[in-house]
Write a new protein. Structure first.
Length: 85
């Protein structure tokens, strides 16, 4: 799971061009949006597309649980693992 967490962190950095942030700067359990990393709705769209393309998971904007899956790196990793199982 640690390697998946780091892969997600690097994907966030690369996708959103966060040049001043390293993998070690992103707390696995911290919120990605608002507090924590401070991403916004545009970042959410870019990140969702990157996750879909990189990990071949199905994302539905109509899903009420989708926001919860994107809460933190940890919740996103758990969602990806569940989708790939």
């Amino acid at each position: 799971m640690q390697s998946l967490n780091n892969e997600i962190k690097q994907m966030i950095i690369d996708t959103l061009n966060l040049e001043d942030i390293s993998v070690d700067d992103i707390d696995t359990d911290a919120p990605l949006f608002g507090e924590g990393l401070g991403l916004d709705s545009i970042d959410a769209l870019e990140l969702g597309l990157a996750v879909k393309n990189r990990f071949s998971v199905q994302l539905s904007a109509e899903s009420e649980t989708l926001r919860a899956h994107f809460f933190s790196v940890a919740t996103l990793a758990a969602f990806i693992e569940q989708q790939q199982a």
